[in-house]
Design a protein around this ligand. Structure first.
Ligand SMILES: C[S@@+](CC[C@H](N)C(=O)[O-])C[C@H]1O[C@@H](n2cnc3c(N)ncnc32)[C@H](O)[C@@H]1O
Length: 297
């Protein structure tokens, strides 16, 4: 993110002495009405204004009469206009929270989703905290999964692969930000092809799994990277390649854990024939979200 908006996103907001004509409450009211067509419009307006003024939500709620400087108001209005054009609030702010950690995000990476935290939990449930596990995250994107796992497992060695060099640069930033860069190796690779001959205890992946032609929300379709979302005509194309590659890369009894899309359970169960202990973990809405399988000994 470049320019004044980028500086504000990083909290280096330069405050001007020139008062604008709007208070916090008025600016929020006006923004919420511009964003009213969005389900999260009011909340997004609050998040953006919190960043512009460098205060938390409690401060906003108790300082409706506080004046904004004209510079603050200009930044806020610029961000609200971007949000009104459906740009995700996470890209505007340049970061989002995942598994309790703030992660840098840019339009080069998928915005990590709360559902993906189930995948991290499923890995942690299978790997002891004191285990020196070798973990490979395939399709690392922002590095959210790899960094969260390295952070939670102080002895683990994590390899994070992605086809996108721009995504790997973001993953590097996140690994450094959370002090795990020495244990997160970043590799540009088409799935596991660059790691032939290496062995892992765990292969974890949130791969592209959307079928071409599937209708997505405008803010996803227009702003998030296509290569992070779409797998091919059926949505199963990446799984079809990843599952046999993971078998080759895993040690006997090693674990494969993958995020999955709505309605893919039956097809994935078929693709995992020959694996042990195949199970599917549902998200909070009861939708199967994580496919888990163990390589036979
Ligand atoms: C759904 S995103 C997941 C990003 C991140 N792991 C997360 O959960 O937020 C899928 C990622 O896989 C990457 N990808 C797509 N095809 C790939 C391939 N053949 N080999 C490696 N990475 C791939 C994309 O660039 C994207 O970063």
């Amino acid at each position: 993110m470049a320019g004044a908006a980028g500086e504000a996103a990083q909290g280096r907001f330069v405050s001007s002495k020139v008062e604008s004509t709007q208070t916090v409450g008025e600016a929020l009211f006006s923004a919420a009405s511009k964003l009213q067509s969005l389900a999260t419009g009011r909340r997004d307006a609050e998040l953006l204004l919190m960043r512009v003024v460098g205060r938390d939500r409690a401060w906003l709620m108790t300082h409706a009469d506080a004046g904004l400087t004209s510079e603050q108001l200009a930044h806020f209005e610029d961000w609200v206009a971007r949000r009104a054009r459906q740009e995700p609030v996470q890209y505007i702010l340049g970061e989002t929270e995942f598994y309790g950690l703030m992660m840098r995000v840019t339009p080069a990476v998928l915005i990590p989703r709360p559902e993906t935290e189930h995948l991290v939990e499923a890995v942690l449930a299978r790997v002891g905290c004191d285990a020196a596990a070798r973990i490979c995250d395939v399709g690392a994107g922002s590095g959210a999964i790899a960094v969260a796992l390295a952070h939670a497992l102080p002895l683990a060695q994590v390899t994070a692969v992605d086809l996108s060099t721009a995504a790997l640069a973001v993953a590097k930033e996140n690994a450094e930000r959370h002090g795990v860069a020495e244990r997160v190796r970043l590799v540009e690779s088409d799935l596991l092809s660059a790691l032939r001959g290496e062995r892992f205890d765990v292969v974890v992946s949130n791969p592209p799994y959307v079928a071409e032609g599937e209708v997505l929300e405008a803010q996803v379709r227009e702003y998030e990277p296509r290569e992070a979302l779409f797998a091919g005509p059926t949505g199963l194309e990446v799984y079809r390649r990843l599952i046999p590659e993971a078998w080759e890369a895993l040690v006997p009894e090693g674990w494969l854990l993958m995020e999955m899309g709505h309605g893919q359970r039956e097809a994935l169960a078929g693709l995992l024939t020959g694996w042990d202990g195949v199970e599917f973990v549902a998200d909070l809405q009861g939708i199967p979200r994580v496919a888990i399988a163990q390589r036979r000994a």
